[in-house]
Write a protein of this length. Structure first.
Length: 133
């Protein structure tokens, strides 16, 4: 029975082009992102808030040590990917958390991505300047 409690939980979260792999084990609330502490990796308070959101909603802030490997995208997309992965781990660990996380939109993968540049246009939505004469 004790072996199952020390088992590390694992999940993958994605956002835009960022992919985060999260490993959670019981502990004191230490969060490391790419072998750096959360405060060293994220300077912005909003990014830290995004990462901590699923833990605060489920009252698990000081119960888990979290190790994160995240690649791709920018800091904001990476924070969203970490949030998605933590939400998936928590809902897998305790199905009662799933309803709370789902109600706050944390389980669903945010599918929005950058739209590609289209041929015959300056960008995805922008057109070349039109000259009537």
């Amino acid at each position: 029975m004790a072996a199952s409690k020390t088992k590390s939980l694992h999940a993958v979260g994605k956002r835009k082009t960022a992919v985060a792999r999260v490993y959670m084990k019981p502990g004191t609330g230490n969060i490391t992102v790419n072998k750096r502490s959360l405060d060293d990796y994220y300077i912005r308070a909003t990014s830290k808030m995004v990462v901590m959101q699923p833990l605060e909603l489920t009252a698990n802030v000081d119960k888990w040590d979290i190790n994160v490997n995240v690649v791709g995208g920018g800091l904001s997309g990476q924070a969203g990917a970490i949030r998605h992965a933590i939400s998936r781990v928590l809902s897998e660990k305790d199905p009662e958390y799933r309803a709370t996380l789902k109600a706050n939109g944390l389980i669903t993968r945010d599918a929005r991505k950058k739209e590609r540049k289209l041929y015959g246009q300056r960008g995805a939505r922008a057109r070349f300047q039109f000259s009537k004469r």
